[in-house]
Design a protein around this ligand. Structure first.
Ligand code: 5GP
Length: 292
């Protein structure tokens, strides 16, 4: 049986990770399993032990670390948070994809241990102003904790590029659609195939545009690279495939991070993005070995 994947969802406190994750778990087509973390934080009024978290004492948490029961853990503003190992590995071996909604220090530990079996996503607020307003509007914490959470967010946001995908939460609905597409692109879903992803259709549109307008560029690129006697690049190197790959990924990443997902099927938008990329990408600095 194909092993499932660990899906890491990180993002600054208050960004809306929890709401996005709740929507994801409601979508039965995705068949995602939620990991339930252990924490020493006190429960908020609406939180249920064993559902939102396992709320434990500091002693129990330290005991779990000692017994190697956690895949990762971190201290976040005076409290410990960690992912129990059992459920995650049990579900993955059954082919299920397990979502870990965790902060960056813990995520980095998982990225090191499980780099192949992992999809990592960082959720971004539309702006820092919006993030601040969301945190202030959350009446569950006192002012000092809100300030510490905001400070932590300001440290986390610039480190977002450690993650494979950076997705803006413009609205919960759009963000869920974007994550769904990433999972289809990564081909980890039972009911939605790679060919049904918008990434796949984007790739086809990029191919058409390259065929229509940029074959002259590919020839020029090939000639110039062969002149540099780059030994890594053989005669048979597929420059067209490489260009399509670069452009598709560039546009996909840009849309996930800043635009509405519907634009991935908008030919005019894609054409104008490609025009910009062709002028801005430094093609001679690209490490072509990565594409061999
Ligand atoms: P909150 O107190 O708002 O529920 O969570 C604070 C932060 O801890 C959030 O960024 C949340 O994603 C993160 N978090 C929750 N569970 C875990 C966990 O098991 N491990 C780590 N490293 N972070 C977690």
């Amino acid at each position: 049986m194909k092993k499932g994947k660990i899906i890491i969802l990180s993002g600054p406190s208050g960004v809306g990770k929890g709401s996005v994750n709740k929507e994801l778990s409601k979508n039965k087509n995705l068949k995602l399993v939620q990991s339930v973390s252990m924490t020493t934080r006190k429960p908020r009024p609406e939180e249920i032990n064993g559902v939102d978290y396992y709320f434990v004492s500091k002693e129990s948490f330290l005991e779990a670390i000692k017994n190697d029961e956690l895949i990762e853990y971190a201290e976040f503003i005076g409290n410990f948070y960690g992912t129990p190992r059992n459920l995650v590995y049990d579900q993955i071996s059954k082919g299920k994809n397990v979502v870990l909604e965790i902060e960056m220090i813990g995520a980095t530990q998982v990225l090191k241990k499980e780099s192949k079996n992992l999809i990592s996503i960082f959720l971004m607020p539309p702006s820092l102003k919006v993030l601040r307003e969301r945190l202030m509007g959350r009446a569950t914490e006192d002012e000092e904790v809100i300030k510490q959470r905001l400070d932590k967010a300001l440290v986390e946001v610039p480190l977002k590029y450690k993650y494979q995908y950076v997705i803006e939460i413009d609205s919960i609905k759009n963000c869920v659609e974007k994550i769904k597409d990433v999972l289809a692109k990564e081909n980890v879903l039972e009911k939605i195939s790679y060919e049904q992803s918008l990434f796949f259709s984007l790739e086809k549109i990029v191919l058409e545009i390259v065929n229509k307008s940029y074959l002259f560029f590919i020839e020029n690129w090939r000639k110039n690279i062969s002149r540099t006697k780059n030994k890594d690049v053989k005669e048979s190197f597929d420059f067209k495939k490489c260009l399509i790959n670069i452009l598709t990924n560039f546009i996909y990443e840009d849309v996930l991070a800043h635009e509405s997902i519907n634009l991935l099927t908008d030919i005019n938008f894609i054409e104008s993005k490609i025009e910009r990329c062709m002028l801005e990408i430094s093609f001679f600095d690209i490490d072509l070995k990565k594409f061999i």
